[in-house]
Design a protein around this ligand. Structure first.
Ligand code: ADP
Ligand code: MG
Length: 266
C-alpha cells in the first residue's frame, strides 16, 4: 500500500518540482515502486522527466474532470506512463489545461476529493506516490493535501523564506480538520542552502525553531547540476551521479525510508 507524500509550498521557485522528480527517482533506484503525479499546470515534473507535454493526449486533468475515452473512464492507470530511464518509476503527467480544472470543478460535488478517490485505485500498485503541487493554495493544492498521507515542505534558504508559511500551515490544519484527518507533516526540507552565506545559516536556524523536530536532517545545497538536469529530461542520479545534488536527494530518499522503518518498528 503506497505512502502518499505531497510536496507543497505555495511559493514558486522553492524546489518543489526538483524535489518531487529527484526524490521519486531515488526511491525508484532503491527498487521502491514509485509514481510521481504532476499536479502543476506548468507541467515541469512531466517535462523534467523527458516527456513532451504537447504530445500527451491524456493527463491528470482528464482524471480530475471525469473525462471518458469511449465507454471507459479515464483513470490514473490509463494516463500513467513508464519512465523508460528508470525502472520502478511511473508518471501521471500534467498538461497546461490542468489550470482549467480549478474552474471546471467549482460546482462539482466532493470536488476536493477528486484526486484522493482517483489514487485509491492505484495505491496497491506502488510503495510511494509523490505529488508535485502548483504554486498556489487553490483547489488543486487542496486536492493534493486531501489525497496525501504526509506533506513535505521545501523551504528555500533565501530572504522571505518563512513568508506565507503561516498560510500554508493554516491550509494544512483546515484540510486535517475537514477533509483528511490522517494528514501529517513529513518534514520541512531546506533547499538551495549555501553554507558560505550567513543568510542561509540564519534561515536554517529559523526553520528549525519554527518546525521543531520536523526538519529533515538532509539539507539540499545549491548545485547547478540540479538546475541543468531537467533540460536533459533526466533526474540528477542519471545526469550526474557524482554531484552534491545526487548525494543530497539519495540521502533524502534514505531518510524517508528510514522514518518509515522506525515508525513500523515502534
Ligand atoms: N538545490 C538547487 N540548486 C540549484 N538550483 C536549484 C536547486 N533546487 C532547485 N533549483 C532550481 O531553482 C528553480 C526553481 O526550482 P523548482 O524545483 O522548479 O521550484 P518550484 O517547483 O517550487 O517552483 C529551478 O530552475 C530549479 O532548477
Ligand atoms: Mg514546480
Amino acid at each position: 500500500m503506497a505512502k502518499v507524500i505531497a510536496v507543497c509550498n505555495q511559493k514558486g521557485g522553492v524546489g518543489k518540482t526538483t524535489t518531487s522528480i529527484n526524490l521519486s527517482a531515488c526511491l525508484s533506484a532503491a527498487e521502491r515502486r514509485t509514481l510521481i503525479i504532476d499536479m502543476d499546470p506548468q507541467s515541469n515534473a512531466t517535462t523534467g522527466l523527458g516527456f513532451d507535454k504537447n504530445t500527451i493526449d491524456q493527463s491528470i486533468y482528464d482524471v480530475l474532470t471525469d473525462r471518458a475515452d469511449g465507454n471507459d473512464c479515464i483513470t490514473i492507470k490509463t494516463i500513467t506512463k513508464k519512465c523508460d530511464l528508470i525502472k520502478f518509476l511511473d508518471i501521471a503527467p500534467a498538461t497546461p489545461d490542468l489550470a482549467g480544472a480549478e474552474i471546471e470543478l467549482v460546482n462539482v460535488i466532493a470536488r476536493e476529493k477528486k484526486l484522493s478517490s482517483a489514487i485509491d485505485f492505484v495505491r496497491d500498485l506502488y510503495d510511494y506516490i509523490i505529488i508535485d503541487s502548483p504554486p498556489s493554495l487553490g483547489l488543486l493544492t487542496v486536492n493534493v493535501l486531501t489525497a496525501a498521507d504526509s506533506v513535505l515542505i521545501p523551504i528555500q534558504c533565501e530572504y522571505y523564506a518563512l513568508e506565507g508559511l503561516a498560510e500554508l500551515l493554516n491550509t494544512i490544519r483546515l484540510v486535517q480538520k475537514n477533509l483528511n484527518s490522517k494528514l501529517v507533516i513529513e518534514g520541512a526540507l531546506l533547499t538551495m542552502f549555501d553554507g558560505r552565506l550567513n543568510l542561509s545559516r540564519q534561515v536554517a536556524e529559523d526553520v528549525r525553531s519554527c518546525f521543531s523536530g520536523r526538519v529533515f536532517d538532509v539539507v539540499v545545497t545549491r548545485n547547478v547540476k540540479l538546475s541543468e538536469a531537467p533540460s536533459f529530461g533526466k533526474p540528477i542520479i542519471l545526469y550526474d551521479i557524482m554531484s552534491s545534488g545526487a548525494e543530497n536527494y539519495l540521502n533524502l530518499a534514505k531518510e524517508i525510508m528510514q522514518n518509515e522503518q522506525t515508525k513500523s518498528a515502534s
